[in-house]
Write a protein that binds this ligand. Structure first.
Ligand code: ATP
Ligand code: MG
Length: 230
């Protein structure tokens, strides 16, 4: 049994580069308290997706420290860490198999009821239940027969089924129809209670609901504040 984290995330003077030429993050420092809802904003290419990928340790940083509940991220078992910090990426691709197995992955402790519950919570049930085979619908072409927003909703359901302490959403930049956008907004409200919620926001409506907004500019923190302050 793995101890549940509280969901405090701190970056201390983090420097990161994908190669050995260009720093993508430069001296980035911020602290997110457990249970807070935080929005990251900034121009395309400023480093937002990079920051969140570091939270689940998809890469190791070159300089500085990333602390989860005050403990260096490198000290966590990677599998345990990723069960507790669920990330829904900007461009989601699904696996071959049906919708159910895309939500459950290989976690046999997640029942069919859990899957339906998770889908309801993230408002993915409407579109899934309109499919001919509902939760048994086969996923083709890595999910490309669904819209970008629908793929994100399935990925959301997967994230929520694992009941993570930290939930991270990189909002899709692709065009999302109004109905799916509303489902995503409602989903965020449904799941943010009691857990740290981090959103890379491209929509003003998402930003308004955040406790704190962090503005990124060319790999650096430009400002941190509330919607009213900024
Ligand atoms: P957007 O709003 O367009 O999603 P972003 O703020 O999320 O942008 P990042 O994706 O974090 O920006 O990219 C920051 C910089 O790092 C960019 O210059 C990008 O080209 C580069 N970059 C991102 N991912 C990789 C990668 N896997 N390998 C090499 N460089 C990368
Ligand atoms: Mg991005």
């Amino acid at each position: 049994h793995v101890k549940r984290i509280r969901g405090e995330i701190e970056f201390k003077n983090v420097w990161f580069a994908y190669d050995d030429e260009n720093w993508v993050l430069k001296d980035v420092s911020f602290k997110i308290e457990p249970g807070e809802t935080v929005a990251f904003v900034g121009a395309t290419g400023s480093g937002k997706s990079t920051i969140i990928s570091l939270m689940a340790r998809f890469y190791d940083i070159q300089k500085g420290k990333i602390l989860i509940d005050g403990v260096d991220i490198r000290e966590y078992n990677l599998k345990d860490l990723r069960r507790q910090i669920a990330v829904v990426m900007q461009d989601v691709f699904l696996f071959s198999g049906d919708i159910k197995s895309n939500i459950r992955l290989r976690n046999s402790s997640i029942t069919d009821e859990d899957i339906v519950r998770a889908a309801r919570l993230v408002c993915a049930d409407g579109f899934i239940e309109s499919l001919p085979n509902k939760y048994d619908e086969e996923v083709k072409e890595r999910g490309c027969t669904f819209s970008a927003g629908q793929r994100q909703l399935i990925s959301f359901a997967r994230a929520v089924a694992f009941n993570p302490a930290v939930f991270v959403l990189d909002e899709a930049t692709a065009n999302i129809d109004t109905e799916t956008e509303m489902a995503i907004q409602q989903a965020m409200a449904n799941i943010s209670g009691g857990r740290t919620t981090i959103i890379i926001a491209h929509r003003l409506s998402t930003i308004r609901n955040a406790d704190k907004i962090i503005v990124i500019d060319k790999g650096r923190i430009k400002e941190i504040g509330t919607h009213d302050e900024l």
